[in-house]
Design a protein around this ligand. Structure first.
Ligand SMILES: [Zn+2]
Ligand SMILES: [Zn+2]
Length: 437
């Protein structure tokens, strides 16, 4: 009785957990992973900072050239463009970002980075703490599959190794360097990001807003310097700056719709040299986030209005009003409705409904992917998330094990095999759908 029961249970378990038969594409990617796994380890162990991706871009360029792509380097400083023309048809751009971060890796992985680079004159540790190593490896994996199946598609592939995503500058630099003039202009732009906070094997997206806009703004507030014991002889930029900081919070609280999210964070506030000196300058550093271009504009113009008028209210003369400088910015990353609907159908048919999850924003993180879509050509874009952490790791965390580290953490890590295989498969399927014969 006992043995019959366990036998039945084993059979039931087997049925429940037996994997469905692998497709030809999955078999091919599994074979490619012998190579891709080592490539990932190489990228992970050798990260480089934004616009310093010298060896990284060289390696990526060599990988793509070896597969038969026509490769150009140095596009937007360190960017790589690899083109494959395969008859009449649409042009599909696939983008992977390449840069690491100034973070000292503490994962203890056997392939952990010990790399350093010079940043603003200082030697800094460098780590792939956002998963861009996975993005490059997935790009090469996708390039392998598409090069090996040229009989199954027609059109043009433009594969992009983008520098400097982490400082929201690389996509803009590539576009300014003639990406859409020197190379075929895409009809579609595709990109992915691995998330350590999502389960490996899952693919996550939605129509519309995927990631927020992000703007870095600097406000330089002049004051009139004087002795700290004689404030009436000057104008205190620390007090004016403090009023600006609190007044800025009313933009989100009182000016934009409560149903439309926005963030105005003052991350830095620098002023003064000594306790008893009223400084003649204060400088604020802001990050501004939104989920729509209207809110973005409202926040940016509101920051200007509040800064200038707060200084005026303090009695600052017209020639000494705050100077507002927009340092860098990127629009909201939007998934095109028609393109998302089309790829959603294809991905769900290939992966099954249970591996596709609807994307839910949990913070106002940003990407500069929108530079590839928000050109005069208005290229429809599709950006999706690939899970990066094994289900067992999440279960261990829930049972009191180590917390799953987020992006940019010194403990950030992903499960490479499961996430790269899923990334390559999803991207290859998406490209084949758009380039079908
Ligand atoms: Zn990042
Ligand atoms: Zn990233």
């Amino acid at each position: 009785m006992k043995s019959a029961f366990t036998g039945m249970l084993a059979a039931a378990l087997f049925v429940a957990t037996a994997p469905t038969k692998a497709t030809d594409l999955q078999d091919a990617i599994a074979a490619d992973y012998e190579y891709l796994g080592k490539l990932f380890t190489h990228f992970h162990a050798n990260p480089e900072l934004s616009f310093q991706e010298i060896e990284t871009s060289k390696r990526l360029a060599n990988e793509l050239a070896a597969l038969g792509y026509n490769v150009t380097t140095g596009v937007g400083k360190t960017g790589v463009v690899a083109v494959m023309e395969n008859g009449e048809g649409p042009t599909v751009l696939i983008r992977a970002d390449m840069d690491g971060l100034p973070v000292k890796e503490k994962t203890g992985l056997p392939y952990a980075s010990t790399a350093t680079q010079i940043l603003k004159g200082k030697t800094m540790p460098v780590m792939h703490a956002c998963g861009h190593d996975m993005h490059m490896t997935s790009l090469v994996g996708t390039a392998m599959r598409l090069a090996a199946s040229k009989d199954k598609w027609q059109g043009t592939l433009v594969l992009v190794g983008q520098p400097a995503e982490e400082i929201i500058a690389g996509a803009e630099a590539m576009l300014k360097d003639g990406l859409y003039e020197r190379f075929p202009t895409p009809d579609y732009a595709l990109g992915l990001h691995v998330f350590s906070t999502a389960e490996a094997g899952k693919i996550i997206y939605r129509e519309g807003t995927m990631l927020s806009s992000s703007d870095s703004v600097q406000i330089t507030i002049p004051g009139i310097g004087t002795h700290g014991a004689a404030p009436h002889m000057g104008k205190d930029p620390v007090v004016i700056g403090s009023q600006i900081v609190t007044a800025l919070q009313t933009l989100v609280a009182r000016e934009i719709s409560p149903l439309d999210p926005g963030v105005v964070t003052v991350g830095t506030f620098h002023a003064g040299t000594k306790n008893n000196i009223i400084s003649d300058e204060a400088v604020l550093g802001l990050t501004v986030r939104s989920n729509s271009n209207d809110v973005r504009e409202a926040l940016l113009s509101g920051i200007k209005r509040i800064a200038i008028n707060t200084a005026k209210a303090a009695g600052m003369p017209d020639d000494k009003l705050p100077v507002i400088k927009h340092i860098v910015g990127t629009n909201v990353t939007q998934n095109d409705a028609a393109l998302t609907a089309r790829l959603d159908k294809t991905l769900k048919a290939k992966f099954g409904e249970d591996r596709i999850l609807p994307y839910k924003q949990t913070n106002m993180g940003a990407e500069d992917f929108s530079y590839f879509t928000e050109t005069d050509e208005k290229v429809p874009g599709f950006f999706f998330i690939v899970g990066g952490t094994l289900k067992a790791t999440f279960e261990a965390e829930a049972n009191g094990g180590p917390a799953v580290a987020g992006h940019h953490s010194p403990l950030f890590k992903i499960a490479p095999e499961a996430s790269i295989k899923t990334g390559v498969e999803a991207m290859t399927i998406a490209a084949l759908e758009l380039l079908q014969k």
